[in-house]
Unconditional design. Structure first.
Ligand code: UGA
Length: 404
């Protein structure tokens, strides 16, 4: 597998062995016999302006046009701005005027690291089609999931395209809301996790995506929020909430370095900071837009030496940061460290042997940007502990004092 995704290697191997999955390098053969073709190429941010780069999608449309035989549904699975399906249809019609083709939009809502499960048990399947035959074909494709009770929502193509951006932008906004709330909790002496729980138990709000942290990253939210902002500008309907979300999240990633510096007493020059977790979230090796990158650069700019460990992300990270000493475990990274910063909540960081960590460190400071630990527990082991939105310094100090 070119990417790390739990269970994917086994799934591909077993389906290849069963004859249900094969890979080709010749386009003609598979396109001419296919009833449905999914375009699933990347749509990264276009350099400089934040628009989605659609060149890969349009290249596919041009490449397949000449080989289409019989009625074929061409489905954009890639995340594409509203109106892209129209352009795909136009490109195919120009290149191959006689092709009997319907273009559909079928956005994906899978999360990296949980993609297989999300696919098998989706909250919903959204299909944008303008053609009855295509609708029938798509119903047939998803019949197994439909039988599993997955709601299937048929819309127009443009609506489906926008639904994808609306969902991602709303989730990004939800995270950003709780992140801002966390900052307020810290100075107001409240606990953001209890606030999130108190909010989330309201069914209208829901408890998911209310975990405060170092800011969202990854290959989706940052690029999709930017692209939606651009779409809003193009249509002269500015997406102001999304614009603000993007700005707050960018600032937040940089602010996390300042939080670490403050935890180290306002100075990190010459100090060694250990980073636990580099990827933008656990169970992936994806480093795209990972908060760890901004944090590392921010600390290095202030003269800190960085050591880091991540169960899967170090190879990708090595090409994106410089002067980082990669370790073989959390304990390895702790050796001689003046502070440890937990950036990604990998399972193996959830139950670290705190006494062992403390013995390895030069100064026992733990900055937990994912609120994995209980403030009083860490403080009672002799750590200075800082977390997100829990006014943890005061809390920990209070508990430690009470215990003495
Ligand atoms: C996201 C969406 O969740 C998927 O539904 C969508 O299909 C996908 O983008 C996509 O467009 O392809 P993904 O980027 O894999 O999935 O990861 P998420 O689990 O959504 O996490 C994104 C970022 O938000 C991570 O950095 C994560 O740490 C952060 N996050 C998430 C929080 O800080 N707090 C939360 O409560 C949830």
């Amino acid at each position: 597998m070119p990417i790390y995704e739990p269970g994917l290697g086994e799934l591909v191997a077993s389906n290849v062995a069963a004859g249900r999955l094969s890979f080709e390098t010749e386009l003609e053969q598979i396109v001419s016999t296919a009833e449905v073709i999914f375009i699933a190429v990347g749509t990264p941010s276009r350099r400089g302006d934040g628009h989605a780069d659609l060149s890969y999608v349009y290249d596919v449309a041009r490449e397949i046009a000449g080989s289409l035989r019989g009625f074929t549904v061409v489905v954009t699975k890639s995340t594409v701005p509203v109106g892209t399906g129209d352009e795909v249809a136009r490109i195919i019609a120009m290149a191959s005027p006689l092709a009997d083709v319907a273009v559909a939009s079928n956005p994906e809502f899978l999360r990296e690291g949980a993609a297989i499960d999300d696919f098998k048990r989706p909250d919903r399947i959204v299909v944008g089609v303008e053609d009855d035959r295509a609708r029938e074909v798509m119903t047939e494709v998803y019949r197994p999931l439909y039988l599993n009770q997955a709601p299937m929502l048929f819309t127009t193509r443009r609506t489906a395209e926008l639904t994808k951006y609306a969902a991602n932008a709303f989730l990004a906004l939800k995270i950003t809301f709780i992140n801002e709330m966390a900052d307020l909790c810290e100075v107001a002496g409240a606990d953001v996790q209890a606030v999130a729980r108190g909010m989330g138990l309201d069914n209208r709000i829901g408890g998911k995506f209310l975990h405060a942290g170092p800011g969202y990253g990854g290959s989706c939210f940052p690029k999709d929020t930017l692209a939606l902002v651009k779409t809003g500008q193009d249509f002269d309907r500015p997406m102001r909430l999304v614009e603000t979300t993007v700005a707050i999240n960018d600032q937040r990633k940089r602010a996390m370095a300042r939080k670490v510096i403050a935890a180290c007493g306002g100075e990190v020059r010459g100090k060694t900071i250990g980073i636990l977790g580099l990827t933008f979230k656990p169970n992936t090796d994806d480093m795209r837009e990972a908060p760890a990158l901004d944090i590392i650069r921010g600390l290095q700019d202030r003269g800190a030496k960085i050591s880091a460990f991540d169960p899967q992300g170090m190879k990708a990270a090595a090409g994106m940061v410089s002067d980082v000493q990669f370790g073989s475990s959390a304990y390895d990274v702790a050796v001689g460290a003046d502070a440890l910063v937990l950036v990604t909540e990998w399972n193996e960081f959830r139950s670290l042997d705190l006494d062992r960590l403390k013995n390895e460190m030069r100064v026992p400071v733990l900055v937990d940007l994912r609120n994995v630990y209980e403030p009083h527990e860490v403080a009672s082991r002799g750590f200075s502990y800082f977390s997100i939105g829990r006014s943890s310094e005061t809390e920990a100090a209070r508990t430690a004092a009470a215990e003495e």
